[in-house]
Design a protein around this ligand. Structure first.
Ligand code: CIR
Length: 311
């Protein structure tokens, strides 16, 4: 099923005035989201096992890394717009505060000046409560991030699997869902890396599938985010790929493809505040939305998921 933003006149939650809806987007609630309740109606068994505050989207810990001043030299495709360090530091600080506000214990690793892209901690590792996998970033300038990440993971995980030389995979290419881990082949993730990752995931009891990443995007998750156990926010190109057949798809509105890299934590979806139509769509769908400013960070081809590892 594919859902698009409804026409403006029908963009209201039934029975709720605008002010109530705004309050709804900012209040904390220990219960299920309306979106989850909708899902409960369709598929109670799966939801009870995997969703809600105690299930699939519940995370107790996160690892992040503070930006160094070198962050402005991070990799980016749009060479016209340079990010500024103070802006990135402020956005990063607000992101960490949001995670803490949602109840996560957050490690903020010290900056690695030699690695400008090292704030994007999602790429060199993949973590689950049952174990961690040290990945091998596909960009040569990022390979060295692994060493410090190995030490950071060792503080939390007893067993850490590792990708070997030649096996490249970025965490940004990995979308974890309850039933399947999707691994996107991209400029950063090669077949050897994806195949090895499937093997390591299998050892952790996770089924994995290797898929194509839409052309022109950096990572698989540049174009998608899991919002509920059955629902994926996708760009139109990602929807057209058919990768998520069987899922309920929410399409990013025209011109807001960048919003697809959202992040659900507990009962809240973090979304870039640069995408008002997507925020409205998610509100309409009953999600509790927390817009965050990541406009400087976005200049480095990044969004909400890449700034943390969560378990
Ligand atoms: C890079 O090109 O590697 C960084 N500038 C951006 C990485 C974003 N990572 C992610 O979305 N997982």
């Amino acid at each position: 099923m594919v859902l698009r933003l409804k026409p403006r006149e029908s963009r209201t939650l039934p029975g709720l005035p605008r002010t109530k809806r705004q309050a709804f987007t900012t209040q904390k609630s220990p219960g299920l989201l309306p979106a989850d309740r909708g899902f409960l109606f369709f598929n109670a068994a799966v939801l009870v096992q995997t969703d809600g505050m105690t299930g699939f989207f519940h995370f107790s810990h996160a690892i992040t890394r503070a930006p160094g001043t070198s962050v402005i030299h991070g990799l980016r495709t749009d060479l016209g717009v340079a990010p500024d360090y103070e802006g990135i530091a402020a956005e990063h600080g607000a992101y960490v505060a949001a995670l803490r506000d949602l109840g996560l214990t957050v490690d903020v690793l010290p900056p690695l000046e030699d690695y400008p892209d090292s704030i994007f901690v999602e790429d060199p590792a993949l973590v689950f409560s049952e174990g961690a996998i040290l990945l091998r970033p596909g960009a040569p300038s990022r390979l060295g991030e692994r060493d410090d990440m190995r030490r950071a993971l060792a503080r939390h995980f007893e067993h850490i699997a590792e990708l070997a030389e030649g096996e490249n995979a970025d965490g940004g290419d990995v979308l974890v869902t309850p039933s399947m881990v999707f691994i996107g082949l991209s400029q950063r993730t090669n077949t050897a890396g994806a195949t090895a990752l499937c093997r390591h995931l299998s050892a952790l009891g996770r089924a994995a599938r290797v898929v194509a990443t839409p052309a022109g995007v950096l990572h698989l998750k540049t174009a998608c985010a899991l919002l509920a156990v059955d629902t994926v926010l996708v760009t139109p190109a990602m929807a057209a790929s058919g990768v998520f057949s069987g899922f309920r798809l929410l399409l990013t509105p025209d011109g807001e493809e960048g919003a697809a890299n959202a992040l659900r934590l507990h009962d809240t979806v973090l979304v870039s505040d640069a995408y008002p139509c997507t925020i409205e769509l998610l509100n309409q769908e009953g999600f509790r939305v927390r817009p965050l400013c990541v406009r400087q960070i976005a200049k480095l081809d990044a969004g909400l998921s890449c700034l943390s590892l969560r378990w």
